[in-house]
Every structure is written in structure tokens, then in C-alpha cells.
Design a protein around this ligand. Structure first.
Ligand SMILES: Cc1cc2nc3c(=O)[nH]c(=O)nc-3n(C[C@H](O)[C@H](O)[C@H](O)COP(=O)(O)OP(=O)(O)OC[C@H]3O[C@@H](n4cnc5c(N)ncnc54)[C@H](O)[C@@H]3O)c2cc1C
Length: 393
């Protein structure tokens, strides 16, 4: 039986996996590359009902963080509603929160539940033995356990230790930029999130629950692949000029951008192509290291939480790590790949040229009549994990 686990990465997958492993009887230690917790870093994330369900399966309640998002409104570039999706009956609403608040809450929960978190420990190599695995850190120190979980994000080192030819992230053809702006009359409160397919770019916005202003993001089509560092090197005034030009014909985007400031520049949005190997020997991947479906899915955190819980259930119920990792991959791969494929289609629509955009706008009212919240979100949001149910090989 597996008794100890080394978890590389203290983002979202790391603490949730460690808590789930402890609940499954495995002692887990988290090793985070950065010297300090990620306080105050990152933008906003929405945790969907399936993510809330997975977190609650291992006793994590994020109900006090952020605010509920009860309704999603799809608009055309002129501010006209095309579709409206209330949440599904019998499910709690999604919750929208600062990523840094989520990171902090998950790490605090892990520590309160006896998980040790060590900072400044970047995994750079492994030494594989017949009965154990040793992680080697950038500072020269080492730690040994029964297994190593790669919860080290979209640019995972553990992924390449499992398979040196594993793919890395790909740019989806969109740049992500967000910020604050003046309030938009009739937005309907923070619980209503608006998504507008503008003439040249995609715009999302909602009322800030903390102040009389709008929170927004824009996805600008972009053929290159701009890193965060490159994107942040561009002066904010220049980004504002580009954003205002891209949304010059869009309502309410142009008014919001007129009064916008304090931009948060993300750079190219990324997706992880299919990762052929999720595990090898005593190493396994969880979260964005295995499946990063891109921000357009709204599912990165939620799928990460699901995988974290499922890998722990498999290790709890199956006789050895090899059968547990195989069962985990069987449970998870079809679902995460289906959701990533759907997000790819959304990304393609967002990045489409003017002709394809015009065609999409033309058919949108017809599509709206066919799509129900159940058809749109049912399979993804209703996913439930029964912690106590045994996993069979
Ligand atoms: C712009 C943007 C918007 C998003 N919006 C949403 C949203 O609305 N809803 C949603 O569900 N998801 C969203 N996501 C996705 C979500 O943030 C990710 O799916 C989620 O953070 C994945 O968690 P993770 O723990 O796997 O990876 P991460 O959160 O990236 O954490 C990985 C951790 O591993 C550490 N690390 C890296 N390398 C090493 C190493 N070698 N050794 C030790 N530690 C290491 C890193 O420092 C980091 O702390 C968004 C992502 C982006 C970029």
C-alpha cells in the first residue's frame, strides 16, 4: 500500500490532492517552487458546480469566497441579449473569486488538515528506485516517498520527467487582458456574467461586488504567441489603445474601456494538447499538468479538483500504485478531453475573422432556441464524486 506521497506544486491541484490523500490514509507533503505562498497573484476564476462538488467531497468549502454567478448572458456586440442561461436546478451556482483567495484558502485548509507545505522547493529531477522515488530540488536538497504527484501546472516538469517528448502548452490564438471600468447600467448585479461576441474581439463583464464599477476581460484575436513577460512589457496605454480600437463598435465594451484602467495583462491564452502519458513508474500528473482546457472552458479549477479527488480514491482502493494510476487515467481522460475539445471550438469562434464572425452572429438566434441550460452545461456541471464509493480496477 502507498503510505507517503511527494506532491510537486502548491497551486490548486497540490493542496487539494494532498488533503484528499490524507483522507485516503496517505501522508502527503507539498513542495512549492516559489519561496512564498501566491498571495495577491492572479486574476479571477469561476468555480463551477462540479468543482464545488469535488472540493466538498474532501471537506473543502469555498462558499465564503467570492460571490455566486447565477446567470450567464450571451450578447451580440450591440449589447442585445442572444441567450440567457440560469444555473441548473438542484445545483449550487458557480462561484467567482480571486485566484489568490482560492490558492490561500486551499493551502490553509491543507495545513490545518496536517499537510506539510515546503516553499522554495522546485523539482528538477527524480531518482527512481524499485520501492520509492526521490525528488531532487533546484537547491540540491532531496525528498523520498512512495510516489510523486506532478501538480506543477501547465508547464509541468514532472510531465517531462514522465515522458521527455510530452507536449507543452499551445497558444489558442487569443490574448487575455482584464481590468476595471465604470459601471454599466442594467448589468443586473455581480451574479450576472455577460459574454459579448463583439465585431472584432470577445468581451466579458460583470458588476464588481466590492465597488460601483465593472470588472471585464477581453480576448483579442492574435496569431502570435505572446508570453506574460512580453505582454506586460507593452505599456498599458498601448494596450488600452488596441483594446479601444478592437471594441470601437461594441456596446457596452467601448464605454467600459473609455473609463478603464489598472489593466491585468495575461498574454496568450493557452491550452494543453492531449498528453499521451499521465503516469510512469511512481509518477503521476494531476491538474493542469495533465489537462489544461484553456480559460474559455471555465473548467480548469473544477477539473483539477475532480482529478485530485479521483487519484486519491484510486490510491485508497487499489492494491498498488500501478493499478491505481491506470484506473485514475481511465476515470478521468475521456471527460477532460471532451471538455477541452469543446473549449477548442469556443476558442476558434472567438478568434474567427470578420466573415466567420458575421455568420456566427447570423445563426446565433437559431442556436439560442435549441440550446437549453441542461444541454449546454448539464453533463459538465452535474458531475458528482461519491467519496465513499469504492473504485474497482
Ligand atoms: C487567465 C486565466 C483564467 C482562468 N480562468 C479560469 C476560470 O474562470 N475557471 C477555472 O476553473 N479555471 C480558470 N483558469 C485555469 C486555472 O487557473 C487552472 O486550471 C488551475 O490553476 C490549475 O491548477 P494547478 O494546481 O494544476 O496549476 P497551477 O495553479 O498553475 O499551480 C501549479 C503550481 O506548481 C508550482 N510549480 C511549478 N513548477 C514546479 C516545480 N518544478 N516544482 C514545484 N512546484 C512547481 C507553481 O509555482 C504553482 O504554484 C484560468 C487560467 C488562466 C490562465
Amino acid at each position: 500500500m502507498i503510505k507517503t506521497a511527494l506532491v510537486a506544486g502548491g497551486g490548486i491541484a497540490g493542496p487539494v490532492t494532498a488533503v484528499a490523500l490524507r483522507k485516503a490514509g496517505v501522508e502527503a507533503t507539498v513542495f512549492e517552487a516559489y519561496d512564498l505562498p501566491a498571495d495577491g497573484v492572479g486574476g479571477v476564476v469561476m468555480v463551477a458546480p462540479n468543482g464545488l462538488d469535488a472540493l466538498s467531497a474532501v471537506g473543502v468549502d469555498v462558499g465564503a469566497l467570492g460571490h455566486p454567478t447565477t446567470t450567464m448572458v450571451m450578447e451580440d456586440g450591440r449589447g442585445k441579449r442572444v441567450m440567457e442561461f440560469p444555473g441548473l436546478p438542484d445545483l449550487p451556482p458557480s462561484r467567482t473569486m480571486w485566484r489568490s483567495d482560492l490558492y490561500r484558502a486551499l493551502n490553509e485548509h491543507a495545513v490545518a488538515n496536517g499537510v506539510k507545505v515546503e516553499y522554495g522547493k522546485r523539482v528538477v529531477a527524480v531518482e527512481e528506485g524499485p520501492d520509492s522515488i526521490t525528488a531532487v530540488f533546484a537547491d540540491g536538497s532531496k525528498a523520498t516517498g512512495d510516489i510523486l504527484i506532478g501538480a506543477d501546472g501547465i508547464r509541468s516538469t514532472v510531465r517531462t520527467l514522465i515522458d521527455p517528448s510530452a507536449p507543452g502548452p499551445e497558444a489558442v490564438g487569443l490574448l487575455g487582458i482584464g481590468g476595471y471600468g465604470p459601471p454599466v447600467p442594467g448589468t443586473g448585479g455581480p451574479e450576472v456574467m455577460h459574454f459579448a461576441q463583439g465585431k472584432r474581439a470577445f468581451f466579458g463583464y460583470w458588476a464588481d461586488p466590492e465597488a460601483d464599477r465593472t470588472l471585464w476581460f477581453s480576448n483579442l484575436p492574435d496569431r502570435g504567441a505572446m508570453s506574460i513577460a512580453e505582454a506586460r512589457a507593452v505599456p498599458q496605454d498601448e494596450w488600452l489603445r488596441l483594446l479601444r480600437a478592437a471594441h470601437a463598435d461594441d456596446v457596452p465594451a467601448r464605454d467600459v474601456l473609455d473609463g478603464a484602467g489598472d489593466l491585468q495583462v495575461i498574454g496568450s491564452l493557452e491550452i494543453l494538447p492531449t498528453v499521451p502519458r499521465w503516469h510512469r513508474g511512481r509518477m503521476v500528473l494531476v491538474g493542469d499538468s495533465a489537462h489544461a482546457p484553456s480559460p474559455s472552458s471555465g473548467q480548469g479549477v473544477s477539473l483539477t479538483a475532480e482529478s485530485a479527488v479521483q487519484v486519491a480514491r484510486c490510491l485508497r482502493d487499489l492494491p498498488d500504485h500501478a493499478s491505481a494510476f491506470a484506473a485514475y487515467e481511465r476515470l478521468r481522460r475521456p471527460r477532460v478531453e471532451k471538455i477541452a475539445a469543446a473549449a477548442r471550438r469556443v476558442n476558434r469562434n472567438k478568434a474567427a475573422g470578420p466573415v466567420a464572425r458575421a455568420v456566427t452572429a447570423l445563426v446565433a438566434p437559431v442556436v439560442a432556441k435549441l440550446l437549453t441550460p441542461q444541454r449546454m452545461f448539464g453533463e459538465t456541471h452535474s458531475h458528482h464524486i461519491e467519496w465513499d464509493e469504492p473504485v474497482t480496477g
